[in-house]
Write a protein that binds this ligand. Structure first.
Ligand code: PLP
Length: 461
């Protein structure tokens, strides 16, 4: 088919997509005939339009909490265009002007961290971190300190090593065997804590549960602890009071590197540049991706302290440097977009907006809780929130996932895009998720919550 004709013919696009595109994370069967694939053609601010002309208010920033500065930012498009026209790419053995500039800007926002390793996706950035930990283990501990701890319900990516650190069992089903040396620690969701465990000291106890695993495995076998600052896709789990302080103390005590996965929380989502900064933690390694360039370009970063970096400096050891490459880590479009993305956040005070609008969203969701007994728990921080749906507030039995997806679909019909915990999380696939662009206004959020209110009434009664 003539390509000009194709791009101007919405029906032909839908058919081309149906015939040839393999969509992410979705059952394909319905696309065979019953349901058209959704094609999003344009975005501005917090709104997107699909190929049928329908307008949607997007409360999950591109479906997967990415477009932090909102859609249609011409200045980011121009920055990418200028950068790639002048110098599109050079492999990471050399530097580029956008790469050096963004690293300087980024490190300025991350006191205590020093070095930026560029890659393209969150999974890839996490892989880099795992490889650093493993190499340090070989170089300094005879290969013994190589285990990496990860937490139940956390997610770190779709590659095999990151899935080996995946805390969501059904996501992993049928993809094993996985890489050895990844050890799971318990989650820290107080709402789902055992009764004798909950209370004021829950945060400390949940962190002590990590220590128990460390002692069981042997502290000298553990190289790193990898955690999301707030568990995202696993249900918006904000660690309780005392948790992070204790985690930091434990890592220090057993000389375990603290790797924080900021792929979702990084770059303003929670109201500070990074989620860990809400808790006063000092990580050794931080990975980030989605909000770094708000999806305008593919870029991720694995950021480390100089203490970590210096472990790879020994010139006398021919295997001593970090023998890793990410070809497209040398693209200039990513850091050029990231520079403008960060400038926008600063100029438009989007961290403050995330904080203020986050409080508003939280308040509105609590009002909804007064109205719908189905809501068992409301949690979140900044423009990042979740409501957990239960059949009964006493037993906390989760609402059936079909109903949860029914609410998402009803909102979609109303022109509002919200998210839900992944369908493959049995036992906790019952949380509605919100992560709107950081430009969201009170009116936008009221509109989203009204849609959820109506959808819940229709679907749950
Ligand atoms: N880490 C977290 C916390 C994530 O939520 C994700 C993706 O959703 C990833 C890592 C993986 O990022 P990517 O899909 O860019 O590989």
């Amino acid at each position: 088919m003539d390509l000009n004709q194709l791009t101007n013919d919405p029906e032909a696009i839908v058919e081309a997509d149906r015939a040839h595109v393999w969509h992410h994370l979705i059952q394909h069967k319905p696309f065979e005939k019953d349901i058209d694939p959704r094609i999003i053609v344009e975005g501005k601010g917090m709104k997107v339009w699909d190929i049928k002309g329908k307008e949607h208010l997007d409360a999950v920033s591109g479906g997967v909490w990415t477009v932090n500065v909102g859609y249609g930012r011409e200045r980011i498009g121009k920055a990418i265009s200028d950068a790639v026209t002048k110098m599109c790419f050079f492999g990471g053995t050399a530097g580029t002007i956008p790469g050096a500039t963004f690293s300087e800007m980024l490190i300025d926002k991350m006191p205590g961290l020093d070095r930026v390793y560029y890659a393209n996706s969150g999974s890839e950035a996490n892989e880099k971190a795992f490889k650093m930990v493993r190499q340090i283990s070989h170089k300094y501990y005879g290969g013994k300190k190589s285990k990496i701890l990860y937490r139940e319900r956390d997610y770190h990516g779709s590659t095999l090593a990151t899935m080996s650190a995946g805390g969501q069992d059904e996501r992993n089903a049928q993809y094993g065997p996985f890489a050895p040396g990844f050890i799971r620690v318990p989650h820290c969701l107080e709402y789902r804590a055992q009764n004798d465990y909950a209370g004021d000291s829950y945060g400390v106890k949940a962190a002590e549960a990590i220590e128990e695993v460390i002692l069981r495995e042997g502290p000298d076998t553990i190289g790193a602890l990898c955690l999301e600052p707030i568990t995202a896709g696993g249900g918006i789990i904000v660690p309780p009071k005392g948790y992070w302080e204790k985690v930091q103390e434990i890592c220090k005590k057993y000389e375990i590197l603290l790797h924080i996965d900021e792929v979702v929380c990084g770059i303003g989502r929670t109201g500070t540049w990074f989620g860990y900064q809400q808790f006063g933690v000092k990580p050794d390694i931080v990975t980030m991706a989605k909000g770094v360039a708000s999806g305008y370009a593919a870029i991720s970063c694995c950021v480390t302290t100089n203490e970590v970096f210096d472990k790879f400096k020994d010139a006398s050891d021919h295997l001593g440097y970090f023998r890793d490459i990410s070809t497209f880590g040398g693209c200039t479009g990513g850091p050029a977009a990231a520079i403008e993305n960060m400038n926008i956040i600063i100029e438009e005070d989007l961290l403050d907006n995330s904080k203020a609008m986050g409080l508003h969203l939280n308040e509105k969701l609590h009002e909804l809780m007064d109205k719908h007994n189905w809501i068992g728990d409301v949690r979140g921080m900044g423009l990042f929130a979740g409501i957990e749906l239960v059949q009964d507030r006493g037993t906390k039995e989760p609402v059936d996932e079909k109903k949860v997806m029914g609410i998402v679909a009803d909102c979609m019909n109303q022109g509002v895009i919200i998210g839900a915990t992944n369908r493959s999380l049995p036992g906790y696939n019952n949380t509605l998720l919100f992560a709107p662009p950081l430009i969201a206004t009170k009116d936008d959020l009221n509109h989203v919550v009204d849609a959820v209110d109506q959808a819940m009434t229709r679907v749950l009664g």
